[in-house]
Ligand binder design. Structure first.
Ligand SMILES: Cc1cc2nc3c(=O)[nH]c(=O)nc-3n(C[C@H](O)[C@H](O)[C@H](O)COP(=O)(O)OP(=O)(O)OC[C@H]3O[C@@H](n4cnc5c(N)ncnc54)[C@H](O)[C@@H]3O)c2cc1C
Length: 376
C-alpha cells in the first residue's frame, strides 16, 4: 500500500515537473508549496518522525520504500516533502515548541550545517567556533554547501567549543547550536549552483559574533559529533536507497532502448557489448538493493554500525555511477541530448559519490575498521 501511494504521488505530483525544474534551475515557490501540501494529504510529510509528535511514525523499513522511490527523481522536488532530521528529537524544553514541532507541521525548515570552505572531508579541522561569554555563547565562522529546497528558518550549526583528551590524543569538542535565520550577525545567502539536482539550493552561512543563549544548544555541549554521526549514519543508508531507485529508473530506460534501437538490422541489445552491460547492471542493482535492505534491518534492530553505513554508501553510489554511465553509452548520442532525461539522471547521479562523505572517505572508514584492530 505504501509503495502504491508513493508511486502514485510521484506520477501525479513530481514527474510532470522534472523538465521545467531542470531547465529553469528553480522550483517555483507555488509548486514547492503544492508538493508540500499534497504530501501532507497523502501522509508522506514528516513520515519519519514519531506519531507522538505528529509525524508519520514509520520505521526504517517503511522509510526505505519511500526513499528508494524518491531517489528516482530530483532532490529539488522530493525534498519539499520534509523528512526533518531525526537529530531534532534531541530538542528539549522550549526547543520542542520552537524547533521540533514546527518542522513536523512544515511551519519551519532546518539546515544541517557541518561543511566549511576549509573543512570538507576533514571536518575536525572546522574553524567555526563558539566561546563562552557569561551564560551565552559567541559564534564565529562560516559554512558552505549547506543545502535545502528553500530558504530555511534555522540551521543546526556545528562549532568547536574546546578540546578533550582522548586515548587517541586531543580531540576537538564539537557542539550543535540551533541558530535562527535573522539572528544578529548571521548572514545567509544562496551559494554555488550545482549541476546535479538543479533547483536544489546550496547556502553560504556566515556568523559574526552571533550571541546565543544556553537554550540554543541542541543536546549537550560537546555532544555535537555524536549528533552529526547519527545524521550521517542513516543519511548514508538513505543515499544508498536513493541510488538504487535512480539506478532502477536508468536501467529500465537502458533496457527499453537496447530492445528497440536497431543498428546493423537488429536491436542493439543483441550485440553482446550491449547485452552484457545490461546483465552486469541487473546483478549490481540486485546486490546494492540487498546491501541497503541488510543495513535497514540492522538499523531497525539498532545494531547498524558506521562501517555498515559506509559500505552501503560506497557500493550503491559507485554502482549508480556505472549504471548511469552505461545507460548514456547504450543511448549513444541521444543519451547526451537535453530532450531525453538520461543526461539529467546521469548529472544527478554524480553528486551521490561526493556528499555525505566521498567514496574515498567511506573507503577510509572501512579500511581503518579492518586494520586498526591489528594496530596498523
Ligand atoms: C550539492 C551539495 C549539497 C551538500 N549539502 C550539505 C549539507 O546540507 N550540509 C553539509 O554539512 N554539507 C553538505 N555538503 C558538503 C559535502 O558533504 C562535501 O562536499 C563533502 O563532504 C566533501 O567535502 P569537499 O567538497 O570539501 O571535498 P574535499 O574534502 O576537499 O575533498 C576533495 C577530494 O579529496 C579527497 N580526500 C579528502 N580527504 C581524503 C583522505 N583522507 N583520503 C583520501 N581522499 C581524500 C576527497 O575524497 C575528494 O575526492 C553538500 C555538498 C554538495 C555538493
Amino acid at each position: 500500500m505504501l509503495l502504491d501511494t508513493v508511486k502514485r504521488f510521484m506520477e501525479e505530483e513530481i514527474y510532470p515537473h522534472e523538465d521545467l525544474v531542470d531547465r529553469d534551475g528553480e522550483v517555483p515557490i507555488e509548486l514547492g508549496r503544492q508538493i508540500e501540501a499534497r504530501s501532507k494529504q497523502a501522509g508522506l510529510f514528516a513520515a519519519n518522525l514519531p506519531e507522538s509528535i505528529g509525524g508519520g511514525g514509520l520505521d526504517y523499513e517503511a522509510m526505505h520504500i519511500i526513499e528508494r522511490e524518491f531517489g528516482k527523481t530530483s532532490h529539488a522536488l522530493h525534498s519539499w516533502i520534509a523528512r526533518p532530521t531525526e537529530i531534532l528529537l534531541a530538542c528539549a524544553g522550549e526547543q520542542v515548541e520552537r524547533y521540533l514541532l514546527p518542522c513536523v507541521t512544515g511551519g519551519k525548515r532546518e539546515l544541517f550545517a557541518l561543511t566549511e570552505p576549509e573543512a570538507g572531508s576533514d571536518i575536525m579541522s572546522m574553524r567555526t567556533n563558539a566561546r563562552r561569554n557569561g551564560k551565552d555563547w559567541i559564534l564565529n565562522g562560516s559554512k558552505h554547501f549547506i543545502s535545502g529546497p528553500v530558504m530555511p528558518d534555522f540551521a543546526i550549526v556545528f562549532a568547536a567549543t574546546g578540546s578533550d583528551e582522548t586515548p587517541r590524543g586531543q580531540r576537538r569538542r564539537i557542539t550543535a547550536f540551533l541558530v535562527d535565520v535573522g539572528e544578529k550577525g548571521f548572514d545567509i545567502a544562496v551559494g554555488n549552483k550545482c549541476v546535479s539536482y538543479r533547483g536544489y539550493h546550496t547556502f553560504r552561512l556566515n556568523f559574526t559574533d552571533v550571541r546565543l543563549g544556553p537554550g540554543q544548544i541542541l543536546g549537550e555541549e560537546g555532544y555535537g559529533l555524536e549528533l552529526a554521526g547519527k545524521w550521517l549514519g542513516m543519511g548514508r543508508v538513505w543515499v544508498g536507497a536513493v541510488c538504487c531507485g535512480k539506478a532502477e529508473r536508468l536501467f529500465q530506460m537502458a533496457v527499453e532502448w537496447a530492445a528497440n534501437r536497431k543498428q546493423f538490422g537488429q536491436p542493439i541489445g543483441r550485440f553482446q557489448g550491449t547485452g552484457f552491460k545490461l546483465a552486469d547492471m541487473a546483478v549490481e542493482l540486485r546486490a546494492a538493493d540487498l546491501l541497503v535492505e541488510d543495513a535497514v534491518r540492522r538499523a531497525n534492530a539498532k545494531t547498524m554500525t558506521d562501517v555498515d553505513a559506509s559500505m552501503v554508501k560506497l557500493y550503491c553510489s559507485e554502482m549508480l555511477g556505472r549504471i548511469a554511465d552505461n545507460t548514456v553509452q547504450i543511448y549513444g548520442g541521444m543519451g547526451l541530448m537535453e530532450e531525453l532525461p538520461v543526461q539529467r539522471l546521469w548529472r544527478d547521479s554524480r553528486l551521490e559519490r561526493i556528499w555525505d562523505g566521498t567514496s574515498e572517505i567511506q573507503r577510509h572508514i572501512i579500511s581503518r575498521s579492518i586494520l586498526r584492530p591489528l594496530g596498523a
